[in-house]
Write a protein that binds this ligand. Structure first.
Ligand code: SAM
Ligand code: SF4
Length: 326
């Protein structure tokens, strides 16, 4: 088998799948308060269609899949999808990115179905602030969800914190401190200023360099494990049990090592998060395309992957982040 790679010789082995554009939260950096125009039921890929695409992708060398959204846990039967994907030969790592509001209910079943790991969005450790960032979320639900995921063996559970100046940047130290005594794996993500998100303003971005400097007031950050081609760089405070990851899509983008394709909930393959070029798979699938045809389209998408992006303040994107999945 010729392994999938793009025109710049970057191997592609990771597929992120948005299973729904619906979400039970309304995070200020991701969605307007009224939500986004939703896809109809017919427009969303069926689970069988996702599995045909996953089968084709696996035959091309994709080994990792991440389910995301919108909020993946609001789509009914997600556990069944995980079980179906876990039967596909070659896919050896299935993970989930979730806001964890519903995770307590599903964690054990997801583990039994074959899910390996979860990443949880967690932008504040203060209930009132958590609620104002997510507009409707409940911090206690999320913390119980994280506990349930750890108990179910869906570890290491990583948390994702989008750091926004004047909103939650004063909690960076509190998040970092969580890693000292317990095996918390916290990751800080630079706020990506999409013009079609909430306030796309220059001064909301806190560069990772500044976040790191703040954390270093607690002690030296030692580089730890390699993220295997992923965008995060991982560190540990000396002697601590957990890790701290940094993701800097704006100040220091990681295009040179990008290893992924994205599938939107309505069945478009998106070679780059920041480019609106997409290749439709749903139409061909519903016209009878089989695994072989989908493999050809996946190769086509790989060959369209741009070398890099120039993400800058106020960049506009035809889709909301909740439609792509981050
Ligand atoms: N609902 C799930 C969740 O929140 O984890 C999955 C979908 S969400 C779109 C995926 C990731 O995108 C989350 O970690 C979220 O924090 C991140 N995200 C959304 N909008 C962002 C932005 N403007 N800048 C940085 N990260 C963003
Ligand atoms: Fe929903 Fe995730 Fe977007 Fe928040 S970041 S609104 S939880 S999709």
């Amino acid at each position: 088998m010729t392994r999938l790679s793009d025109s710049f010789q970057r191997p592609l082995n990771y597929l992120r799948v948005s299973v729904t554009d619906r979400c039970n939260l309304r995070c200020v950096y991701c969605m307007p308060p009224e939500g986004i125009p939703l896809l109809s039921h017919e427009e969303i890929l069926h689970y069988e269609e996702i599995c045909t695409i996953a089968q084709a992708a696996a035959e091309l060398g994709i080994v990792k899949m991440r389910l995301t959204g919108g909020e993946p846990l609001v789509r009914s039967g997600l556990t069944n999808l995980v079980a179906m994907l876990s039967q596909i030969r070659g896919i050896d790592d299935i993970s989930l990115t979730t806001n964890a509001e519903l995770l307590e209910r599903f964690a054990a079943d997801l583990k039994s179905a074959g899910l390996h790991r979860v990443n949880v969005s967690l932008d504040s450790l203060r209930s009132d602030r958590f609620q104002s960032i997510t507009r409707v979320g409940r911090l206690d639900n999320v913390l119980r969800g994280i506990g349930a995921a750890k108990n179910a063996g869906l570890g290491p559970v990583k948390t994702n914190t989008v750091v926004i100046r004047g909103v939650n940047d004063d909690e960076v130290i509190a998040f970092a401190q969580l890693t000292i005594e317990e095996d918390w794996h916290v990751r800080f993500i630079e706020y990506m200023p999409f013009a079609n998100g909430d306030d796309a303003a220059d001064d909301l971005l806190v560069p990772i360099s500044e976040i790191k400097r703040n954390i270093e007031t607690l002690g030296r950050l030692e580089p730890t494990y390699d993220s295997g081609g992923g965008p995060a760089k991982y560190f540990r405070l000396q002697g601590s049990k957990g890790t701290i990851g940094f993701i800097s899509p704006v100040s220091e983008h990681f295009c040179a090592s990008c290893n992924r394709l994205r599938l939107t909930a309505d069945g478009k393959l998106r070679p780059c998060l920041f480019s609106d070029d997409e290749i439709d798979l749903r139409g061909p699938l519903r016209d009878g395309a089989g695994v072989g045809d989908i493999k050809r389209l996946i190769r086509e998408a790989a060959s369209c992957k741009p070398e890099g992006h120039l993400l800058k303040i106020g960049v506009s994107c035809e889709r909301f982040m909740a439609q792509i999945g981050g």
